[in-house]
Design a protein around this ligand. Sequence first.
Ligand code: ATP
Ligand code: MG
Length: 441
Amino acid sequence: MGPPTTEYPSPKVLARPEHQLSRGSLSAEALKVLYRLHRSGYAAYLVGGSVRDLLLGNRPKDFDVATNARPQEIRRLFRNSRVIGRRFRLVHVFFRAGIIEVATFRASPEPPESPNDWEEAAAEEAEESTTTDRPQPATEDVVFGTPAEDARRRDFTVNALFYNIADFSIIDHVGGIEDLERGLIRTIGDPDQRFIEDPVRMMRALEYSVRLGFDIDARTSDAITAQRDLIAEASAPRLTYELLESLRSGHAAGIHEAWRRSGVFTRAFPDLPIDTDESMRVLEMVDREINSNRELSDPSLIGSYFLGRFLAIAEEETSDTGRVDNPQVLGRLRESLEPASTSMHLSNQTLHLLHQGLFALTKMRRPPDRGRQVLKLVRQEYFKVAWELYGFAVALGYISPEAHQGWKRALRKVGTKDRSDAPLKSATERPRPRRRPRRRR
Ligand code: ATP
Ligand code: MG
């Protein structure tokens, strides 16, 4: 059961005229789900990051809904839906424009996605199993809870606000409205306990503070310092997930700087190099790409950590006459990639793409002299990684602007056969858990 309700005063409710969140800023799909639940007699709230972002005037990444309807009841209301997760079951409602995640109010004070749940959810998605007919677990009544309990099991006060579709009010059980106004990231409840419960929350606190431009409450910040060693015990898939989320956020440089300064980064990713000016420059370039609405594949995002190190190796293994010792470069590159690949649970395929994609840059230092050379290279799957990182290597001075122009011209000539447009699979062993097609910010 959740913490005792008596610890908390009754919720603060902002009626419709007292806040800035307008229905018009919700997606049509989110509204449809909220209204159908409401008309069927259930409580239906918009929850989580979407309420926070809308109140701040930002565009949410996705819309999550919470309700007192049970998963099977939600399933019955939406034909195009699927129950996922074994312990904490959620319903995904599918629309052409994306997925709306609908969760039944939960009481659990535990992390909502403990490593096991994540892996379970991921495994299920990998199996493509439909879980709609699975019997309800005996523990259901323990797992599900009241709206107040559902608010309190969340991580930070600003992430626990509810938008009630019944009367368009904002419901705040945890002081989130005040923290939103003051620009504060604060854990719900005792920060040490919440970080012990789920160490990944430390990375999330720092990430939100950068993304939203918020301060971290002093007690929360002290708890990060006190508990940061625990991050080393968090599961690799969840850490890798947070890493990729930050790389895709458009604030990667700032987030990594905050992670580095707080000491969580080296504890979470001891094998990832970000301690040089060069690696920070690459992260800034990643941000520029993302903020210009250009996609980078997961292997390229991870490859950006290794670009500086790779360029140093390539430089060292190039003779004065410009000859590159290929086996030496390949060997040393592999040595630098392997430990991170193992600790982050990257798939062999991702390791291969990183290895070959980075190495391909050595062959692209000069403009191509034969069309065949271009064709041969662009047909390789790893070419996408090479090409996505190529511009960064130009900016770092490894590749001349003339070579860049030459390759761009050559790629235009080979046109659609360009592998750089082909999609690459996600970076981790299993499909990314609980993920859904994201709307761009
Ligand atoms: P984003 O804009 O990155 O999607 P978000 O706040 O929506 O931010 P999600 O990771 O999508 O974050 O999670 C949705 C909500 O689930 C959060 O707002 C929070 O209320 C809750 N949540 C997510 N992760 C945790 C966690 N580790 N512990 C407690 N609550 C969590
Ligand atoms: Mg979200």
